[in-house]
Design a protein around this ligand. Structure first.
Ligand code: ARG
Length: 456
């Protein structure tokens, strides 16, 4: 701080510089910091708060600094604690007094708040693109498997037959909600804090609306104290990322199960699996497992930030600097997961016969029999009870439901007819679930077409 403040007699303790520096990670904000500074400088010139020539010099110099940063040739000085001070110092080195005018009517508090909003806007857009990429890959597989039958599970027990495309499109729905959450968050955060100063606004006639418009914000923040203290948008963003990580982790868990020999439903390409350093025969679903595991650090970032914020008095406190590393890590983690899952899902070989064989148990069609009875006017609870007794009887006899005779069936289900004996076909079962949201191939084909159009 001694570099900047006339208030201090000497340098900080040798350990304090390193302890308090954020330059190591907040340099990631530089494109947004420069974008914000250019808008601020133009406004200072246009309002006559600083000489227009100085504003023009600042805008030009900011462009040069940006180019040096882009090229990786910016001379970072570790004694300057953050990216904001680093860039400002470079401007002062270049321009002297004109450089020293940039921070007029601005604090790092409203500056960093602005930078973070600009970054979140860009990251929301980039992550939305990645979510679309994974959705498209899932829809491609779903399109190929609108008639591929496998057991659907509840309690990880075989429940009713479904088609594989229906299972995959369930994840497409989740990812669509994730996109909606990012869009909500982006909408709410899109207001400009600049002009809030350190906490109380400014005595200078700043044109806040002009700065906000140049930075493509929808407006300006209404309360300067809230503007510098608020990190709600980071929490919302991290919560959205946590949900994405939860969804990708569930998909990954399905993939791990499908690839196990007990299921043997899906094989992923060698390019997405690894071997064992000891067991020569192994092929492990490491990408899926890591996807599952990485959810932990994303949740950690969310809880970490909530913990930083909890109990902070208004307004800015240096604790807020701790908002960044977890956020950046969560963004990078989720981006990497979405990037790798899309080609992994494309690489899947679906073992159609294995899936069909697993769905062959006629017990999976017991519900179909109960619903057939409903069609005959039997109350569902009674139908459920009758079919349950029939199932129990078959279990005791050690036969499948499809091997019972009509007479045996009638002992428990008085209204049973020949038609009932034909209900034990998984193909018939899925085709009969022909209502919106159901697993009938006709419905799933319609859903595939919907997604293909929507994601095009
Ligand atoms: N590096 C700081 C942060 O990220 C910038 C704001 C510093 N403000 C201050 N009053 N010390 O929070």
């Amino acid at each position: 701080m001694a570099l900047w403040s006339g208030r201090f007699a000497g340098d900080t303790h040798g350990l304090v510089g390193k302890f308090s520096a954020s330059l190591g990670y907040d340099r990631r904000l530089y494109p947004y910091d420069i974008q914000g500074s250019i808008a601020h400088a133009r406004m200072l010139g246009a309002t006559g708060i600083i000489p227009p020539a100085d504003a023009a010099a600042l805008v030009k110099a900011l462009g040069e600094v940006r180019a040096a940063l882009d090229r990786g040739e910016f001379p970072f000085d570790e004694r300057l604690e953050d990216i904001h001070m680093s860039i400002e110092a470079a401007l002062i080195r270049k321009l002297g007094e004109a450089g020293a005018r940039l921070h007029t009517g601005r604090s790092r508090n409203d500056q960093v708040a602005t930078d973070e909003r600009l970054l979140l806007r860009a990251e929301a857009d980039a992550l939305t693109g990645r979510l679309v990429g994974l959705q498209q890959s899932l829809v491609r597989q779903a399109a190929a498997h609108t008639r591929t039958i496998l057991p659907g599970f509840t309690h990880l027990q075989h429940a009713q037959p479904v088609v594989f495309g229906h299972h995959l499109l369930a994840y497409v729905e989740m990812l669509e909600r994730d996109k909606g959450r990012l869009a909500d968050c982006r909408h709410r955060l899109n207001v400009c804090p600049l002009g809030s100063g350190a906490l109380a606004g400014s005595t200078l006639p700043l044109d806040r609306e002009r700065v906000a418009a140049e930075l493509e914000f929808d407006g300006v923040t209404r309360n300067s104290m809230d503007a510098v203290a608020d990190r709600d948008h980071l929490v919302e963003f991290l919560a959205a990322l946590a949900l994405i990580a939860m969804h990708t982790s569930r998909l990954a868990e399905d993939c791990v199960l499908w690839m196990s020999p007990e299921f043997g439903f899906v094989e992923f390409d060698d390019a997405f699996c690894t071997g064992s350093s000891l067991m020569p025969q192994k092929k492990n679903p490491d990408v899926a497992e890591l996807t599952r595991g990485k959810a932990g650090r994303v949740y950690g970032s969310l809880i970490g930030l909530l913990t930083v914020l909890k109990g902070l008095p208004l307004t800015y406190n240096r604790d807020l600097q701790e908002d960044k590393e977890g956020l950046f890590d969560a963004i990078d983690t989720v981006a990497a997961v979405l990037d790798v899952l899309a080609p992994m899902m494309d690489s899947a070989t679906v073992r159609v016969e294995r899936m069909r064989a697993a769905a062959a148990d006629p017990g999976l069609m017991a519900t179909d029999l109960a619903e057939w009875l409903v069609g005959q006017g039997v109350a569902f609870r009674d139908a459920h009870h009758q079919v349950g007794r029939f199932v129990g009887d078959c279990v005791r006899r050690g036969i499948g439901l499809d091997l019972a005779t009509l007479a045996q069936m009638r002992e428990h289900i008085p209204l049973a007819t020949e038609e009932c004996l034909k209900l034990f076909s998984p193909e018939r079962s899925v085709a009969a679930r022909d209502l919106p949201g159901g697993t009938a191939p006709a419905q799933v084909e319609r859903q595939v077409a919907f997604w293909q159009k929507r994601l095009a």
